[in-house]
Structures are given as C-alpha cells and as structure tokens.
Design a protein around this ligand. Sequence first.
Ligand code: HXC
Length: 519
Amino acid sequence: MSNQDKIRELIKKREEAKLGGGVKRTDAQHAKGKMTARERIDMLLDDGSFEEYDMFVTHRCTNFGMEKQQILSDGVVTGHGTIDGRVVYVFAQDFTVFGGALSEAFAMKICKVMDQAMKVGAPVIGINDSGGARIQEGVNSLAGYAEIFERNILASGVIPQISAIFGPCAGGAVYSPALTDVIIMSEQNSYMFVTGPKVTKTVTGEDITVEDLGGPLVHGKKSGVVQYIAKDEEEGLMLIRKVLSYLPSNNLEEAPLAETNDPVDRLSDALNEIIPENPNQPYNVKDVIHEIVDDAEFFEMHRNYAQNIVVGFARFNGASVGIVANQPNYMAGCLDIDASKKAARFVRLCDCFNVPLLTLVDVPGFLPGSGQEYGGIISNGAKLLYAYGEATVPKVTVTLRKSYGGAHDVMSCKQLRGDINYAWPTAEIAVMGASGAIEVIEGKAISAIADPEEKKKYFDTKVAEYKEKFDNPYEAARYGYIDDVIEPRNTRFRIIRAFQALATKKDTNPPKKHGNIPL
Ligand code: HXC
C-alpha cells in the first residue's frame, strides 16, 4: 500500500467511525428528537476545539457472535476540547452503537479521559445515553463501570465533574452521574432509575410508568437527584457551559472573573422596603438576591426541589459566589430534611472548588413533627451544620429577618467560622419566637391567672418584653456575634467589600484521613 493509500485508508476509517451505528440508527435517534454523540459534543464545546481519542477502539467480546459486530469507537466518543477557552475532557455515549451499552473497551475509553483530566486539572463532562451494561460482556461490563466509579470518587473535589442525561440511564449506570457534582437532565427521552418498571412490578407489584419512576419531574422535584432540568438537549449543553463558568478548572484554582459594568457601590433603595412590617408575612428572597448581585443575574440550582431554601451561583464585582438563602415564600423558609441536604451539598460543592459563600438568613427554625423526626432531621440537619463548619472558603452571612434557635447556628453563624456576619436592622436573633418562648418560661405564671383578660394582658406584656430584648440584631451585635448592623440598601457594597477583604483568606481543618459527615 502506498503512502497515499495509507492516508486514504485513514480518512475512510475516520468516516466509518463517524457513522457510529449507521444511517438507519442515526435517523432513529434524530426521529426521537435526540442528537448523536458527536453532534452533542460539537454543540457543547467551543467551535472546532474537539480532539477525539480512541476512534479506532473496538470491543473484544466473542460471546453471542459479537466478534462479527465490530463498530469503530465502540459506542462512546471521547476526547478533549475547550469551553470558553478552558480545557475540558468529555465523553458522550452513542446510543446508535449497541444502544450505548457499556463494554470493557468502552469503559477504558472513559477512564482514559478521566485519568488525563486528573493529570492536567480539567473538568470532565459525561453525556449519558445508554442501555446500561452491555449484556453480552457480562462481568467485564460490571468491572468497567466500577473502574469509572472509582475514578469519579477519586476525582471528586479535585476537578469538576458534570453529567448530562440525554436518554436512558438505568441500573448501576446511574451511579457514575450520581457521584458527579452536577446532573443536568433533558425533559424529553430521559430517565434514571436503579430498577425499571418491569422489575419493579415483579418485585413489589407496583405499576408505574418510566416517567413516574425516574423522569425529569421526579428527579428535579421529588428526589433532588438532578440539579437542572433542561427543556431540550441544546439547553442542557448550554447549562453545562454555564455551570463551568462559575467554577475553577480544579481545586487549586479560582473561578474565572467575569466582566461587569454593574457598579460596586450601587445602592438598592428597594431593599429598605422589602421586609414586611408583619413578621409573619412572606417575601421572595430571590428579589433580595437579584437586587444585590451583578446585573441581577442569579443562576439558581435545584430550583424545584426543597424550595424553602434557595441555592445557586452569582457574581459580585465579577467574582463567582455561591449563595444559600432561606426562602420565606415557601414553608416560611424553615429548614427541613430536604432543604438541609440540598444546601449541605451546595455548600460542599462551593467549598471544594474555592467558591466563596454568601448566606442570607431568614429562618424561623427547623420544621417540627414526627414526619421530620422519623425521617432523620437530626442527622440531615447536621449535614448542613457540618458542611458550613468545615468550609474554609470566605463566608459572609447577612441576617435579613428571623434567625431562630438551632437554625440560627446552622446558617453560617459566627461560631461556625463565619468570617463576616452582618444583620439588617429588621433581624431577630433569638432562641425562639416570642410567643413560644413566653409559653415556656412563663407557663406556670400564666396558668395561675384565672381571669382571661388578665391572663392575656400578662402574656402580651411578657411577649413585648421578650421582643424588646431579643427581636433585634443588637443583642447579638453586643457580643460581637454580628460584626455590623447594615442599612439594607448598602448590602451589595458591603458584601463586595467583605469578599474583597477575605480574598486572601487562609484557613484549614485539622489533618485527618477524612471527617465523618453524618451521611
Ligand atoms: C447490549 C443493548 C443493551 C444492552 C440496548 N441494546 N441495551 N445491547 N446490552 N444493555 C441494544 C439493543 O439490542 C438494540 O440493538 C439497540 O441497543 C437499541 O435498543 P432498543 O431496545 O431497540 O431501543 P429502545 O426501544 O429505544 O429501548 C432502549 C432501552 C432498551 C430502554 C434502553 O434497549 C433496554 O431496556 N435495554 C436493556 C436495559 C438493561 O436492562 N440494561 C442492563 C441494566 S443492568 P439493535 O442491534 O437492535 O439496534 C446494568 C447493570 C450496571 O446496567 C451495573 C453497574 C454497576
């Protein structure tokens, strides 16, 4: 074969590989409204930046006549490229080849990019669209998954790992995305479950559809497994780019700075009016967030799950900041199991990737009741406490209104190494609300009063006394637990100043193998 023939052979092989499972299966993929693996990668990465590896890999299985079915690339497209000019590694499962099912060779391709990403300190993005373990390969496929899981675990907290679910993701295959930092799921064609409807019916008798068992609504709202639901694949791919814009490439770097024309000292008069006179009246904490962040741009995560707490990314003077805020508009902003888990995971995400934390507090306490206690609010609430307490990134807290009891301590208080803790004049920082407190400490005295009018008068007087003493920020400020009481309209400026002062903060935890967070 001449050299020119060799070059022609290469070009031909590349074309063959790019056909994946062939025209018919590609058409079927498109007919479902799905893109192919390479189309997804092209849309995800900066134009022309993709460098593909292992195009010529094929599987090595000889069971069930598989040796006669060899398809170049073997069902997964891997390589590296850039997003906003920064290097990322990527793998995209190709449903047109054996339904994207995972073989040993397929797994080794994924492991290769994960290993390289770890060496260079770059994020890994995985696009999932697969029938799971390649049945013909048996235990080799299971071993392949486990190789990936181990790498997911070792890479956790070192490089950002983002998963997209753009098709089936079932069985043990769900655990690779579950080990990553962020999961994005498209609204169409996507589902995730450990056990599908057929097995569910056989084992438990429950009759349930694919969507009801593991569709995007389930994971975006009920289980909280998925952080972002995209209306289609294109939006999902843009969300991946956006998430990465708030994160550094690895745990030794800082997130990139963005351009902004939003003045550092912009005052927000609206904030002086935002807290209702009636302490039981709600307001939307997202209105506060939009007022203070750069260009009113808040990239909320987990929007439909545990809406009593709001988490997401924003920027202050161009710098990426993670925001955690109680939401008075939903369940009065109380902390429950789901809110604690959601916020704890977000705090740890920010901490491991050097993204400073802003906490906006308006929390009446933990949600009471047997449902919460039986569900383990104690250990789940402790997750958030633990996450804040171990976080060493700059931590700025602003108490807007209520900050009661254990929830006060949990929400990044001073003693959990909160660096700068501000409060608005409307803050109420106390062990509990006035009525509840008086019922406890004055219960006997109140019961001893026979006349109902006298009883009410005594109660009201004591409540007023309690409010005078505790329903304000000054008692906490007197002890230095609050660094300053700030005028609401100055909040943006004060937060930016605080983060600027903390930019060189260094803090560590005692040396240990790892802590034992109450999982
Ligand atoms: C080998 C597979 C496959 C698999 C699909 N295919 N799944 N080949 N191993 N796991 C092949 C099909 O034979 C078919 O080949 C092609 O992919 C497309 O599949 P269809 O069934 O035609 O597509 P569709 O109707 O869209 O259904 C998709 C599907 C279904 C829902 C994913 O294929 C399915 O239920 N597959 C099996 C899922 C499963 O049970 N996987 C194992 C889970 S256990 P042709 O040649 O006809 O195009 C597991 C354990 C992992 O994953 C443990 C890790 C720890």
